[in-house]
Ligand binder design. Structure first.
Ligand SMILES: [Zn+2]
Length: 290
């Protein structure tokens, strides 16, 4: 092969590499603009608690469909895990999300509780790279919702744990609360919710409109946070139960207690450590959707 042919070959290879790079960059850009919307529940799974009047699966689907329209209008590529009242198993939802590398996963839910007074907006994330997305969505939703701020929580829900992309699960209020259920039944309000979630996905920051409810500041049901912020709910260990054995121990004489106090202190701290690790594992293994 002479010099000219070699130079021409190099030039062609270089051009080929440039084209491949341009295609990869365009694909990556398209993927980062892909949003997988996951309307919670569906089909036989109504969501919420037994006897709940307003169906979570229908409210979640409606907000998700509105969110889809808003995002598509802004040039996003949107994939829905369900677009009708059908049951989609959790592993299928994660598989759909994982088939779009670099996509953003947003699961839309409404909350429920046995206590009618429970109210507010909660947003969940699991992966550390999702905390900003969670904060943006949460603060935008709290800003338009006529209810309290229950905070950003880190929890190992199945769809968040098994999705390889950044992902968030937003609880748009309690359908078991008569006031919030009335709002949820209003299409204008559901449109506002969709627009607020869209602003969060687009990275629009919102100030904390309402301070975190003091009762929500710390919880045994969340994992340790990977981000700091005044509305990130802190994880605390479940208080230790007093067993019969320890109550028998308390009846022992003061002298005996003093003797073994240092030994007990070290063993109880070990026990506390074990308890808190157990809680973390237990919460991480939570398969409940919400
Ligand atoms: Zn739900």
């Amino acid at each position: 092969m002479n010099r000219n042919a070699l130079a021409s070959l190099r030039l062609r290879l270089f051009a080929l590499a440039c084209v491949a790079f341009a295609i990869c960059t365009a694909q990556a850009r398209a993927q980062s603009k892909t949003i997988v919307i996951d309307p919670g529940h569906g089909g036989h799974d109504r969501g919420g608690v037994p006897g709940q009047r307003v169906s979570e699966k229908m409210m979640a689907l409606d907000v998700s469909q509105r969110l889809r329209k808003v995002l598509e209008g802004d040039g996003y590529r949107v994939v829905m895990t369900r677009n009708s009242d059908v049951f989609i198993p959790l592993p299928t939802r994660s598989a759909i999300a994982n088939s779009y590398r670099g996509a953003t996963f947003v699961s839309v839910h409404f909350n429920s509780a046995r206590r009618a007074g429970a109210s507010g907006i909660e947003t969940y994330y699991f992966r550390p790279d999702s905390s900003n997305l969670a904060a943006n969505i949460h603060r935008n939703v709290v800003a338009i919702a006529p209810t309290e701020n229950r905070g950003i929580r880190r929890r190992g829900y199945f769809v968040l744990r098994r999705t390889n992309n950044r992902g968030v699960l937003v609880e748009c209020g309690f359908l078991t609360n008569p006031f919030e259920a009335r709002y949820a039944l209003n299409p204008t309000y559901r449109q506002k919710l969709a627009e607020a979630i869209a602003r969060g996905i687009q990275g629009q920051r919102a100030p904390i409109a309402k301070p975190l409810n003091p009762e929500s500041a710390a919880s045994v049901d969340v994992l340790p946070q990977t981000a700091m912020g005044p509305d990130f709910v802190r994880a605390v260990s479940r208080p230790r139960r007093v067993s019969r054995r320890s109550s028998r121990t308390s009846r022992r004489s003061k002298a005996t207690r003093r003797k073994s106090s240092s030994r007990r202190r070290s063993s109880s701290s070990k026990r506390r450590k074990r308890t808190s690790q157990y809680e973390i594992i237990k919460v991480t293994a939570d398969w409940r959707v919400c």
